[in-house]
Design a protein around this ligand. Structure first.
Ligand SMILES: O=C(O)C1=C[C@@H](OP(=O)(O)O)[C@@H](O)[C@H](O)C1
Ligand SMILES: C=C(OP(=O)(O)O)C(=O)O
Length: 466
């Protein structure tokens, strides 16, 4: 069910702002978690489903869409540029404008907290001969946008206005005819790769994106599904060369969005750390660019059974049976980071209960997420008695199996949904409760989080604000 806040969002467009009153929450040591759950649809695929559906000719029908605030804002942006989007029972129905036919929005596009939404949409509209203004909340306005603006500048896009160091609010003005480029992505980022590939949709000729380290490949797969001509070649060094032909005809599709493996990480880690737990998470996306958390937890000794592995809509999916496990610390190599980039906060919670030390390497990208996640995790762990060390791009956590003496602290979430959910998971197995200063941002990616977790037996409650 959509909340009133979400319905307003989709039906009347602009605009709620995150409430200025924080909504603290608390979790406490819980009895065994039991049951079977379905996590909401994958956020990355949901953003792209609205975006490509809104651009394609004809109708796109989407089931399993994540109805989180981030995705709904992408839907609003597509509507502001001419797409028609409506919910019809369990489906979302999108009538696209046709590739190359987006309209100039009348008001700034407000992406709230969503990095994916704003960065991919900058690619989408940057090459249009029109002016578009992008805004976001305090968290998004602190995040770097130069990583997307730089390749767009090479394609002929003008950055008419931006805050210092290419931060939001930003106004783009596209050229009459964009120039195709060959662009080597300087950091492992699916958002940057995707922004350039999407910009190529309104650019004549062949655009090439060179990706030294493979990141999630939803843009490549989905654009191909919508009819774009896209070729991927991996060279002897494992570097991917992605070539896309400009100005393709895109045609509406039927999309079934699988469960978000990043959201699955929360009930999954909760089941591992709460004694006696036995939980099934159904229909989780198992795309190999997204499964780093499962691999790492298995190396730590986690009991995660992958059941009913199958294909759905061109993606691997499976059900995961997770049972409480005695975990041991491991070293997580830097090259695994792209396949679990959003999962480090919740991995750190598992590490807090593992025997010995867990060392996570190659975490520099965590500093530019909704918050500086490296600091936010380290500070929250310390506030709850967990011994850890924050390096420039590393985090080491020394766990306490059983959680004795842990908890009792309040965590600053810095407008970051994953920090909020991770620490609520921590408190399910610490001796003392864990409090978070604000749970409101959970609605950006996992609106059902509280109900789903309490349904499994987790003791999580909202607290009255001070
Ligand atoms: O392309 C995407 O859908 C995403 C890419 C990742 O960001 P980066 O590209 O910044 O690594 C990830 O953190 C984000 O949650 C979703
Ligand atoms: C980093 C995330 O999202 P985004 O970059 O879209 O804000 C996330 O969901 O963890």
């Amino acid at each position: 069910m959509l909340s009133e806040r979400q319905l307003n969002h989709v039906h009347s467009g602009p605009r709620f702002m995150h409430s200025s009153t924080p909504s603290p929450a608390l979790s406490r040591r819980s009895e065994a978690l039991k049951g079977s759950v379905r996590v909401p649809g994958d956020k990355s695929i949901s953003h792209r489903a609205f975006m490509f559906g809104g651009l394609a000719s004809g109708e796109t029908r989407i089931t399993g869409l994540l109805e989180g605030e981030d995705v709904l804002r992408t839907g609003d942006a597509m509507k502001a540029m001419g797409a028609k989007i409506a919910r019809d029972g369990n489906e979302w129905v999108v009538q696209g404008t046709g590739n190359g036919c987006l309209l100039q929005p009348e008001a700034p596009l407000d992406f709230g907290n969503a990095g994916t939404g704003v960065r991919l949409t900058m690619g989408l509209v940057g090459t249009y001969d029109m002016e578009t203004r992008f805004i976001g909340d305090a968290s998004l306005s602190r995040r770097p946008m130069g990583r997307v603006l730089n390749p767009l500048r090479e394609m002929g896009v003008q950055v008419v206005a931006a805050e210092e160091s290419d931060r939001l609010p930003i106004t783009l003005r596209g050229p009459q005819r964009a120039a195709p480029i060959s662009y080597r992505v300087p950091m492992p980022s699916a958002q940057v790769k995707s922004a350039v590939l999407i910009a190529a949709l309104n650019t004549p000729g062949i655009t090439t994106v060179i990706e030294p380290v493979m990141t999630r490949d939803h843009t490549e797969k989905m654009l191909t599904g919508f009819g774009a001509s896209l070729e991927v070649e991996t060279d002897g060094e494992g570097v991917r060369h992605i070539r896309i032909e400009g100005e393709p005809k895109l045609t509406g599709q039927v999309i079934d969005v699988p469960g978000d493996p990043s959201s699955a990480g929360f009930p999954l880690v909760a089941a591992l750390i709460v004694p006696g737990s036995d939980v099934v998470i159904e229909n989780a996306l198992m795309n190999p660019t997204r499964t780093g958390l499962i691999l790492t937890l298995q190396e730590m000794g986690a009991s995660i059974e992958i059941m009913n592995a199958r294909k759905a809509g061109g993606e691997d999916v499976a059900d995961l049976r997770v049972r409480h496990s005695d975990l041991k610390g491991v070293t997580v190599p830097a090259d695994r980071a792209p396949s679990m980039i959003d999962e480090y906060p919740v991995l750190a919670m598992a590490a807090a209960f593992a025997e010995g030390e867990t060392v996570m390497e190659g975490l520099e990208e965590l500093r530019v997420k909704e918050s500086d996640r490296l600091s936010a995790v380290a500070d929250g762990l310390k506030a709850n008695g967990v011994d850890c060390t924050e390096g420039e791009s590393t985090l080491s956590v020394r766990g306490v199996p059983g959680g004795k003496g842990l908890g009792g602290g309040t965590v600053a979430t810095h407008l970051d949904h994953r920090i909020a959910m991770s620490f609520l998971v921590l408190g399910l197995a610490t001796e003392k409760p864990v409090t978070i200063d604000d749970s409101a941002m959970i609605a950006t990616s996992f609106p059902e989080f509280m109900d789903l977790m309490t349904g499994l037996g987790a003791q999580i409650e909202k607290e009255a604000a001070e």
